[in-house]
Ligand binder design. Sequence first.
Ligand code: ANZ
Ligand code: ZN
Length: 846
Amino acid sequence: MYSSCMFSKYNHQKIEKKWQKEWEKQKLYQAKFPSKKPKYYVLIEFPYPSGDGLHVGHVRSYTAMDIVARKRRMEGFNVLYPIGWDAFGLPTENYAIKTQTHPKIVTKKNTDTFRRQLKLLGFSFDWDREINTTNPAYYKWTQWIFLKLFEQGLAYKARTTINWCPKDKIGLANEEVVGGVCERCGTAVEKREKEQWMLRITAYAEKLLKGLETVDYIPEAKVQQQNWIGKSEGALIQFPISNFQFPIEVFTTRADTLFGATYLVLAPEHELVQKLESGVTNYGEVKKYITDAKQKTDMERTTDGKEKTGVELKGITAINPANQKEIPVWISDYVLSGYGTGAIMAVPAHDARDFTFAKKFDLPICIVVCPHYPEKTCPILDIAYEGEGHMVDSGQFDGMPSKEAKNAIAKFVHANMTTQFKLHDWVFSRQRYWGEPIPLVYCENCATSHKYKSKGEELNQGWIPVSENNLPIELPNVKSYTPTDTGESPLANMASWVKTTCPRCGGSARRETDVMPNWAGSSWYFLRYVDPKNKKAFADKKKLKYWTPVDWYNGGMEHTVLHLLYSRFWQQFLHDLKLAPTSEPYKKRTSHGLILGAGGIKMSKSKGNVINPDEVVRQFGADALRLYEMFIGPFDQHVAWDPHGIIGTKRFLERVWKFVLNSKLSRFHRGLSAKPEQFKNKKVELLLHQTIKKVSDDIENLRMNTAVSALMILLNEMEKLEISPGVTGMKFEIDCKKKFLLLLAPFAPHIADELWRTLGEKSANTQSIHTQLWPKFDKKKTQTDTCGLVVQVNGKVRAVIDASTGISQNEAESLALFDQHIIKTLDGKKPRRVIYVTGKLINFVL
Ligand code: ANZ
Ligand code: ZN
């Protein structure tokens, strides 16, 4: 009997617990400061600790980035891989309203669950840096940054519309409006005007756009940001209105098509509609249309292919300034009030939306840009022609290329050139409880004094910032978390809290009762991680300089617009104040796909298809779960959970267990006869190097599924290892096992560390595998172009083996002599002569 054969069974529960404890004790994943090592900052989107606990979707993205973090450590970097809680939020607040439990208590319970679950999975987070956006020591700095924005004139009060549920008497976030009704009670949502705090993100529109050129984001994320910012250059053209003193101004990117403008369209909310009332003969109809339009979201209004609706302002005509023709004026919800001037000149021949509208309401279509010029063979259009061409039916501009005509015609009608952005300012207040209080007070006395200490005060007369020493303004305890009847925050009901003294004049003042939106705390959390306990600043400058920017940020596609934009805005702002070292927060951004329930439907409690990670870990182990979620499919795509998949990865780990603990040499002693040293397993050696290269590359590109499959292929081959006896053979075997484990370590960290310690030459390894160097590959041994090398014995073909094209005679011999068929044919005889044709043929002559 051989002792090495008597391996124990793979007991995931035992070893996972053991290593998690050990790593925590050793603080193996602690990010060090100061450090001479180069730094690497890996970031995941910190979770919202919902009552449902950790989702297997979290596990997918956190595992992938855990693999990156672990690989970087093995490459010699000082890695920061932090975790925290984005814990202000509606579900917690709604739960609090329903159960009258303080959201603080709910949050504590939920974060405890999340922390326990994340720890079960063996993520290499630096737990000493855990943050929580609802912790006053954290939101003190969220409030502080808000005050900086206020000081600089980037926060202001303005009237905007909000979603209002008349039954719950509560302002709803856009996410809470589902198909026009309140998510909670199903009542049709109304729009209401409300004074809100706004952040002037539009001041950064150009910078936010420019900054995208300097970062490494996946293309989709860049494009989404660009579209959201939506920069476009165009002209403002005025159309006089018959019998009225004021004109209608439109924004157009195609001034060249002005002669083809056959009607105007105003957004239903356009202020001119009211001003024109006296001239409108069908005002009743117009008014009804406006009421209906107000209930729709911009998205519902502008979706392509949607049936166009509208009403003509009968009795009103505008004059096309290019050709003095009288044209009708309409209102329609396909024109948005928040963009350009809220009015357009419709050119049905050259704009698809206008074309559909004109067809429906039988309005004239007039071609002015022709692609066939100088032959004037413009056909009757089936669709709008949106391309370039030469001008026709455009008076003195006929024959001019449309590109030139853009400026020429704009000049002709004295239009102003302008740049428009789709980006709106950020509505920054919520009439809620569970958010950061806005640290401002309103003082009547100061409102009239006109002594301003900052742009913010000048802009918002009477609004005075709380003194920095008094931050944080903590959320007071309230009796009820339900917003008031008037739609004010529950804080408005707390007279004793609202009433305060003015920090400027000492007179009586009232506190702002709105709180900040969910997005606030997550707009700067990556900065806090570098110095989470700092009481004097949001983070120490030296630490910021060392750790930021984030080197690699992975998160959901649903966050590539707002969260990314908001946090880039805050970062750029802080950078402008010299409070952050770089103007961009994240060097690199990638995204993951979702994990769906079996059959590709969303996991949800109501469908009963939610996979509980606790249960999977208990049954199969964290390593098997991690490996499965990496193997499940391409990382950037949505994939469905397959209950059999996890069985597969568990079996793979069991095989790894056996392979590492079972010595090949012992098998050798039992059966095979001695072979010369050179019989060393060349094939496995090549594959090993190729696998090191492949797994390394795959991790960098988040191709985790193919990395896992490469490990599986390597194991298959290694299980077939035939090792020659003696020191060299033994060394080779151990070397293979070690390299394999090093590659496996980031994916399945527990089993890898356990097996690693069994692989010492004499004494067991005392150091964790996670502190070892990432394996290197030999470039020569990774050449992937292979050939079928023909192996002959005495001129007869006995085998064809895979070999790299430029393989040397020595290597070819070793490879061939290892082949089972050749071993059999040679039957222990030594060849007299070897004939070799590079990469093609090897012939052993006996
Ligand atoms: C006339 C025209 C002719 C237009 C033509 C286009 C093609 P972007 O690139 O997105 O900025 N537009 C302007 N304001 C609008 C609003 N508030 N709601 C809906 N549409 C609006 O698009 C600018 C174009 O979108 C403008 O140029 C205008 O239509 C329309 F052959 O003017 B165009
Ligand atoms: Zn005052």
